[in-house]
Design a protein around this ligand. Structure first.
Ligand code: TRP
Length: 456
């Protein structure tokens, strides 16, 4: 099982790593948020801008994280002890592990919702939905029920724990190789269904017609923030996955493939959703509203709607589960590498702690809905904003600075592929990490963390 002298477990193959990392990246952000952002921010124009953002910000940081991981063969804390030379830089690693801990605690609550809706589809509750008000009634009754919320959160966490217990190769890699192809097949089936409905073209136009008049400088920052989140950057998830790479595997190549798969999943999700929404004469809404209040109505208005509803919620569930594995693995890598715990002990202890921390989030829609922690936010919203708006961008900024300026790129250049035609990319990458990424991340922090918090 161990592929190296160090005794560290490795991926079974490079493809396995690409699938696992893509599984981490492809999550609720791709299926909920990207389509909505695109629809609102100029359609095809936004897609174009998004792809540029991936190239300018996403890929360089992704490569940096994977390089740090493979170079140090450590969890984020251990990695920063090495590239930060001990001392204060180690805090960046702790920030990452803490981010993983926090994010999974509420991500699992939403993962539980997807499980709940799979059950509700099978038992016919979703099939009984006929209009938006009945859809809203079902959804709000669901999240207002504290017992169901905690139960589904528990189930989702338990599944994540069970998979991660299996290890890097026989748990995470095996399941991603199985689930990710299913995810893409489901998206394609849903696209075909949507596009063959009468009136689908209006949805296609809403989604993709390039409208540059809607593009402002804020659109660009929005796209930058989304690409950063979507690629699971800023907390060492990719450092951790990269640390299980063998020295013979290619880092540049893999990064391009991971970013490509993630972008494809995001783009295709919109193609699966909007044509169908418009074909049944509805208009899209944002975030959870689109998924739980609009889509059930859309399914109820198409032939064999129940089957497609089931496929859709399974899709969401797979997306959430494969991301959750990587979040848990970050905390597990930390406790096995730094504390010397066994995998079993690490997974069970951190899995339990994360479940407990998620309880106040799962109660944020019912028992604790009036308890506002900071800035008038519920616990769930607070954890969400704290991690995605502050912790991840700050983590990304410090990763770029530590690698680019403190440790120096010269010490890690050999981790990039040496035998490809990608040589010129290395110079561009070095420039991006040292100068471009830090500037952009500061902009993102100022925009989302200061401006948008004050001017909602
Ligand atoms: N990329 C995931 C999504 O699109 C969310 C996410 C952000 C994430 N950071 C992460 C997942 C770190 C795993 C690890 O939904």
């Amino acid at each position: 099982m161990n592929g190296s002298k160090s005794g560290r477990e490795h991926w079974g193959s490079k493809v396995g790593f690409v699938f696992a990392a893509a599984g981490s990246a492809i999550g609720l952000g791709n299926i909920w948020k990207f389509p909505y952002l695109t629809g609102q921010h100029g359609g095809g124009a936004f897609v174009l801008i998004y792809i540029i953002c991936i190239l300018v910000l996403g890929l360089p940081i992704m490569i940096a994280e994977i390089v740090i991981g493979r170079h140090t063969e450590k969890d984020p804390v251990g990695a920063f002890k090495i590239i930060g030379g001990g001392g204060r830089w180690t805090a960046v690693g702790y920030l990452g592990v803490l981010s993983g801990f926090f994010i999974l605690s509420y991500y699992s609550v939403v993962g539980g919702w997807t499980l709940g809706y799979i059950v509700k589809t099978i038992t016919g509750v979703v099939g009984g939905i006929t209009d938006t008000s009945s859809a809203e009634a079902v959804f709000s009754a669901f999240i207002k029920n504290p017992v169901e919320m905690v139960l589904y959160h528990f189930l989702f966490m338990a599944l994540t724990v069970w998979i991660v217990l299996g290890g890097v190769k026989n748990g995470i890699e095996k399941w991603n190789k199985f689930l990710l192809p299913i995810l893409f097949v489901i998206i394609i089936v849903l696209i075909v269904r949507g596009l063959t409905m009468e009136g689908a073209s209006r949805g296609l136009a809403f989604y993709l017609k390039p409208d540059f008049s809607r593009v402002t400088v804020f659109t660009v920052i929005e796209a930058l923030g989304q690409c950063f989140f979507s690629l699971s950057l800023g907390m060492g998830a990719m450092i951790t996955y990269g640390s299980y790479l063998s020295k013979s595997d290619k880092t540049l190549d893999s990064s391009l493939q991971i970013a490509g798969l993630d972008t494809m999943a995001a783009f295709l999700s919109g193609l699966a959703i909007f044509p169908a929404v418009y074909a049944v004469g509805m208009t899209p809404a944002k975030g959870p509203g689109l998924t739980f209040n609009i889509l059930p109505v859309v399914f109820s208005r198409m032939a064999y709607g129940n089957v497609f509803a089931l496929l859709f919620f399974v899709l969401l569930f797979i997306a959430a589960l494969t991301s959750a594995m990587s979040l848990l693995e970050v905390t597990v890598a930390y406790s096995t590498d730094e504390k010397g715990w066994g995998r079993r002990k690490s997974v069970l202890i951190f899995g339990s702690l994360i479940f407990l921390l998620g309880i106040p989030s799962s109660l944020s829609f019912n028992v604790l809905s009036d308890v506002k922690i900071f800035f008038g936010l519920t616990f769930f919203d607070f954890m969400d904003k704290l991690t995605t708006i502050y912790m991840l961008p700050v983590g990304g900024l410090l990763i770029a600075i530590c690698l680019g300026w403190k440790y120096g790129l010269r010490n890690t250049m050999h981790e990039l592929d040496t035998d490809t035609g990608l040589q010129f990319l290395k110079k561009i990458w070095a420039f991006a990490i040292k100068y471009v990424s830090p500037v952009i991340l500061v902009l993102i922090i100022l925009y989302f963390g200061v401006y948008r918090m004050l001017v909602p």
